[in-house]
Design a protein around this ligand. Structure first.
Ligand SMILES: Cc1ncc(COP(=O)(O)O)c(C=O)c1O
Length: 461
């Protein structure tokens, strides 16, 4: 029992003794002295309490602030009218404002006018109409895995929740090499999600600093050298943070190595449709692996492609390889996922999944969603072109083709940490220290300013 628990009753009895004797006295000075007496009893006791935590600093040290959220805080505190936020991975329109997709507004209207909707719990595995359409979106309606009944899907707290559920499942049941290989660099949260459930992470090379493209040699060599049956985390499109993706031919080579080494692929899909504007093209790598008969896991986020960031709509899918026992295997996996889900969140949230489900299940709304996706990806692609040509026009030292070669929300500019800090201090431009910019933060009004600021730090550093 902690010492504070034993101290408490002793204090109580002191107070009650003093209080009962106070009724026998009428003098105010003696009241005062009794109060100070009580205070002197309380003071040491409360300081004893403060020092008796179960969580002292050597056990629970102060954690560092999440760098991205720290950056956002610094941005908000900056009073310059020129300030630019290129840190956060959320789409902004040409006025630098968050964009509610028109199709999401329509779906919202439909939901609000539906008298049959209520706020009862969703099933543990989520809204079935949502999870089944999410699987079709990712794997294709004619996917062999779906047709043969060897896939299971469960609604999650957006992409983060899906990665976490997959990590938890692997931590409990995976008997291969439990080290999870992630790209260097990767979405920073990957490391802590896997480490938090006791799975260590290791890195495979990914970004080539010289070409600012893919280090395919390094990546394939590392996957060949990793112990057999390692878990390999892959970004199917619009790699975060680099914006660099393998070509389809490179994906095929990767699949061959993963097959040969018996590695276990875990895809984290956060940008389908947002990368190229084409939902099918952005799913090509995943569909290739499924066609090849891999057993795999996939985390699917609807944060970016629906602009439903805060609504936490996502899905986790497990697919097992074809074979006589596949249906039974997937049923067992589904049953265990349901138990994990129950103990983690019980029931997934309704609103975001209802919005996405309304769109995914209505062909007209679906077509409109594709147009909205083209609007977002098209604006980002045009900003890539504009930034590259402005830097080239200015004669900024270095090559800038990587800006248009890279894809999706982010660009790995190749700016050094020193240049990034100068941009922040001298030009009020906020980006992560690794030189990543969110392309969505650029627009026709601020792109000149940004290009000139980059030119200045590159030429004077
Ligand atoms: C690679 C990757 N995975 C997963 C996520 C998860 O996002 P969310 O939990 O908002 O769906 C993100 C978001 O930035 C991401 O970039």
């Amino acid at each position: 029992m902690p010492p504070s628990s034993t101290a408490a009753p002793a204090r109580t009895s002191n107070i009650s003794t003093t209080t009962s004797s106070s009724t026998a006295s009428s003098s105010s000075s003696s009241s005062l002295s009794r109060i100070s007496n009580i205070a002197s009893h309380l003071a040491p006791a409360s300081s004893t309490m403060a020092s008796t935590t179960n969580f002292p600093a050597d056990v629970v040290p102060q954690a560092p602030e999440d760098p991205l959220f720290g950056l956002m805080r610094a941005f908000r505190a900056d009073e310059s009218p020129d300030k630019m936020d290129l840190g956060i991975g959320a789409y902004r329109d040409d006025n630098g404002k968050p964009w509610v997709l028109p199709v999401v507004k329509k779906a919202d209207e439909i939901l609000r006018n539906n008298p049959d909707l209520n706020h009862e719990y969703a099933p543990i595995a989520g809204i079935q109409a949502f999870t089944s359409k999410s699987a079709e979106l990712m794997f294709g309606a004619d996917s062999p895995a779906l047709k043969e009944g060897r896939a299971t899907s469960i609604q999650t707290i957006s992409g983060t929740g899906a990665v976490h559920l997959g990590a938890l499942f692997l931590a409990k049941f995976y008997k291969g090499n439990r080290t999870v290989y992630v790209s260097n660099p990767t979405w920073a949260n990957h490391h802590q999600i896997f480490n938090n459930v006791g799975l260590p992470t290791a890195q495979y090379p990914y970004f080539d600093k010289k070409t600012k493209g893919l280090d395919f040699e390094g990546m394939t060599q590392a996957l060949r050298e990793a112990p057999d049956r390692s878990v390999v985390l892959l970004h199917p499109c619009a790699h975060n943070p680099t914006g660099v993706d393998p070509t389809l031919d490179q994906w095929k080579e990767l699949a061959a190595i993963i097959r040969q080494k018996n590695h276990f692929p875990f895809f984290d899909s956060a940008y389908q449709g947002f990368a190229s504007g084409n939902l099918v093209r952005d799913a090509a790598a995943v569909r290739y692996f499924v066609e090849q008969g891999f057993e795999l896991l996939l985390a699917q986020s609807f944060a970016k492609n629906f602009g439903l960031y805060g609504e936490r709509a996502g899905c986790f899918h497990a697919i097992t390889s074809p074979g006589p026992g596949a249906a039974e295997t997937i049923a067992r996996i589904a049953s265990q996922l349901a138990i994990l889900q129950r103990s983690e969140i019980s029931n997934p949230p309704l609103y975001g999944a209802r919005i996405a489900s309304t769109v995914l299940n209505d062909p007209k709304l679906f077509a409109e969603w594709e147009e909205n996706l083209a609007t977002m990806s098209g604006r980002i692609i045009s900003m890539r072109k504009a930034l590259r040509s402005k830097l080239e026009e200015l004669g900024t030292p270095g090559t800038w083709n990587h800006i248009t070669d890279q894809i999706g929300m982010f660009s790995f500019t190749g700016l050094t940490e020193e240049q990034v800090l100068r941009l922040r201090n001298e030009a009020h431009v906020y980006m992560t220290k690794n030189g990543r910019i969110s392309m969505a933060g650029l627009n026709t009004k601020n792109i000149d300013y940004f290009a000139k600021a980059v030119h200045k730090v590159v030429t004077t550093s």
